[in-house]
Design a protein around this ligand. Structure first.
Ligand code: HEC
Ligand code: HEC
Length: 272
């Protein structure tokens, strides 16, 4: 009789155990990758490949499904340092012509005589961001939305260059050693209020933080209240909303009064 190897296909026991193992493996794959996932509430049938990927913890489609713009983001504008660059004189010239449509409210040479914000000397990235936010509806104002819809992106940049070129209401930012309201100078760490001068000039100007010095007081109060009650939501990371919500009406009035104060003598345009 021929000696039969234990691991030969002609060995009945071996043949059966291989077949049994194969059947067992296939059924376990079905259980593990198809049946078990399907009884999970969030299961959606996407084929065996997706099932395998899910079980192994790898994405079925690399790269796709990357998170695009977040729902409810404060703005569509991505602030980049180049937006703060000084415009060319050609851009300033084109901006000056376009700005003839703005003087009625923002004043001749950007100094408002009503409660519209001053634009004179405003940082260019601020003008660009705010106008684009009105365009996309991230900041609402029926007047400004209508106006910006008639402007191209290039117009917006030229207007920003023109206004940045005009002299500011106050030429110097608030300095730390002046007698400033506490919130302006040091904020209130216990309430997570950072000092205004750490973003709005004086100690530092953060990209996108507007020049506030000399703004009409009512405009400042209105904007702070709009942040507090959420009607204005275009501040990145809700930085203004979070701080203003912690402030009392008296504090809002105090900081607005402070920033709206008239230029002291010695500065260009100051009352004698
Ligand atoms: C009919 C009046 C009116 C006209 C005309 C007008 N604006 Fe305005 N603008 C306003 C008012 C009011 C606001 C404040 C709205 C708000 O509360 O958001 C404003 C806000 C702005 C802001 C935001 C400023 C900031 O500090 O946040 C910019 C930038 C601006 N306007 C640019 C322009 C430009 C550029 C033009 C001309 C092409 C123009 N506006 C024409 C009334 C006007
Ligand atoms: C962490 C930085 C930061 C601090 C601190 C800060 N701000 Fe702001 N603030 C901003 C930025 C950024 C914006 C512009 C938001 C946007 O893109 O619309 C802004 C906008 C504003 C505006 C609207 C101005 C306009 O023309 O649209 C006012 C008013 C204002 N801040 C007042 C204050 C006051 C008052 C304080 C101090 C109590 C303060 N901010 C502290 C970053 C800051």
């Amino acid at each position: 009789m021929r000696e039969q190897s234990l691991f030969s296909w002609s060995n009945r026991v071996f043949r059966r155990s291989v077949i049994a193992l194969a059947l067992f493996t296939v059924s376990m794959i079905l259980v593990g990758f198809v049946w078990l996932p399907s009884v999970h509430e969030d299961f959606t049938v996407q084929g065996l490949w997706a099932g395998l990927c899910r079980a192994a913890g790898v994405p079925a489609q690399w790269g796709s499904g990357a998170r695009t713009e977040e729902e409810g983001a404060s703005s569509k504008v991505v602030l980049v340092p180049s937006m703060a660059r000084v415009g060319t004189s050609a851009a300033v010239g084109r901006g000056a012509t376009l700005a003839l449509n703005c003087t009625m409210c923002h004043g001749v040479r950007g100094m408002s005589v009503s409660n519209s914000p001053n634009l004179a000397g405003q940082y260019p990235e601020v003008v660009i961001k705010q106008l684009e936010d009105y365009r996309s509806g991230h900041r609402s104002s029926p007047i400004m939305e209508a106006i910006v819809n008639a402007l191209s992106e290039q117009d917006v940049r030229d207007l920003a260059a023109y206004y940045a070129f005009l002299p500011k209401a106050r030429t110097a930012p608030t300095l730390y050693d002046e007698t400033l309201p506490a919130l302006v100078r040091v904020g209130d760490p216990l309430r997570n209020i950072a000092p205004c001068i750490s973003c709005h000039g004086g100690v530092d100007q953060k990209l996108g933080a507007p020049w506030l010095e000399g703004m009409p007081k009512q405009y400042l109060v209105d904007q702070l209240n709009a942040f507090a009650n959420g009607t204005r939501r275009n501040d990145p990371g809700a930085q203004m909303r979070n701080m203003v919500r912690e402030m009392t009406a008296a504090e809002i009035d105090e900081v607005a009064t402070f920033y709206a104060r008239k230029a002291s003598s010695g500065e260009p345009g100051a009352a004698p």
